[in-house]
Design a protein around this ligand. Structure first.
Ligand code: ADP
Ligand code: MG
Length: 266
C-alpha cells in the first residue's frame, strides 16, 4: 500500500548544481506530475545522474528550488528528508547491492529507511516469515522468485538488476527513479527491464523517471522525454513531437569535444 503522503510530483525551478568549478546542471526547470513516466536522455556528462540525485533528495541544489512531493528540500531537516527519501525508490546505475548476502537480504534493505535501526537489524539477522513471503511475491513480479535464498553475486547481471528493482519496489515507493538501468546488460535484457519498470509504474500509478542512453528504448516506452545537454534542458515534450533532427542535435559532439577527441573526425 502506498503511504498516505500527499503527492505532488517533483518540481525543479531554476535549479543549478555545481561541483567545484563544474556546473552539472544550469538553470533547470522541470515538472514531473504524479504517475507520469518520463525518460531522461542526453550524452554522457549532460547531467542525467545529477538530476536523478536531486529528485531523490541525495543532493541539494546550489541555486534554485527543488520540490519533492510538495516539500521544499531546502527547508527540510535531515529527518524530514529521510522520510521523503524512504518513499522514493532509487535504482542507481551501479545497483549498489551487497554482493555476498542472499537476495532476500538485499530486498529487505529496501525498507530500512522506514524502519528503526533495531528493526532493520532484526530483519537482517532474523527475517520474519511474513517478510520472506512479501519478498518472494515481489521477486515473482520481477521474474526471479527462485533466487530468494541465492547469494546475490552468484546471479547474472540481468538478474541482479531485477534484485535492485525488487528492492526499490519493496520500499512501497510513490516514485521510482532509475539511472540507466540497462547499461550493464545485453539489449534483449535491457528491453525487458525497461518494459518491466514501465509496466509496474503504469499498473501501480507510480511516478517513473528513468535516464536512458538507448534512444530507441526511450522512444518506445516513454510518452514524454526530457533532453539534457551540457546541464541544460534542450527539449521537454511528448515523445511523438520530438523530431529526428532534435535527437541528432542532442548527441552531436560540440566543437570542443571534437578537439578533445584528437581530431579523429574527418
Ligand atoms: P550524466 O549522468 O548525464 O553522465 P552527470 O550528472 O553524472 O552526467 O554529470 C554531469 C557533470 O557533472 C559531469 O561533468 C560530471 O563530471 C560532473 N559531476 C557529477 N557528479 C560530480 C561529483 N560528485 N563531483 C564532481 N563533478 C561531478
Ligand atoms: Mg549518469
Amino acid at each position: 500500500m502506498i503511504q498516505a503522503t500527499q503527492q505532488n510530483g517533483f518540481q525543479l525551478n531554476g535549479v543549478t548544481v555545481r561541483f567545484g568549478d563544474t556546473v552539472a546542471l544550469r538553470d533547470v526547470t522541470v515538472d514531473f506530475k504524479d504517475g507520469e513516466r518520463v525518460g531522461l536522455v542526453g550524452p554522457s556528462g549532460s547531467g542525467k545522474t545529477t538530476l536523478l540525485r536531486l529528485l531523490n533528495g541525495a543532493i541539494r541544489p546550489s541555486q534554485g528550488d527543488v520540490n519533492l512531493h510538495g516539500q521544499h528540500v531546502q527547508n527540510l531537516s535531515v529527518k524530514q528528508l529521510r522520510r521523503i527519501r524512504s518513499e522514493i525508490g532509487f535504482i542507481p546505475q551501479d545497483l549498489s547491492l551487497v554482493p555476498n548476502v542472499r537476495v532476500l537480504h538485499n530486498v529487505l534493505s529496501g525498507r530500512f529507511g522506514k524502519q528503526s535501526f533495531i528493526g532493520s537489524m532484526r530483519s537482517m539477522l532474523l527475517p520474519r516469515k511474513r517478510e520472506a513471503i512479501d519478498v518472494h511475491a515481489i521477486l515473482e513480479r520481477v521474474g526471479i522468485e527462485e533466487k530468494l535464498y541465492h547469494r546475490t553475486d552468484h546471479l547474472s547481471g540481468g538478474q541482479q538488476q531485477r534484485v535492485a528493482v525488487a528492492r526499490a519496489l519493496y520500499q512501497q515507493p510513490i516514485a521510482l527513479l532509475a539511472d540507466e538501468p540497462v547499461s550493464s546488460v545485453d539489449p534483449a535484457r535491457a528491453r525487458d527491464t525497461v518494459e518491466l519498470l514501465t509496466n509496474i509504474a503504469e499498473q501501480q500509478h507510480i511516478t517513473l523517471c528513468m535516464s536512458l542512453h538507448t534512444l530507441s528504448l526511450a522512444r518506445a516506452f516513454f510518452p514524454r522525454l526530457v533532453g539534457l545537454r551540457h546541464g541544460q534542458v534542450v527539449f521537454d515534450r511528448a515523445t511523438d513531437d520530438i523530431t529526428d533532427d532534435e535527437f541528432t542535435e542532442l548527441y552531436r559532439l560540440s566543437d570542443d569535444e571534437l578537439l578533445e577527441d584528437g581530431g579523429e573526425q574527418s
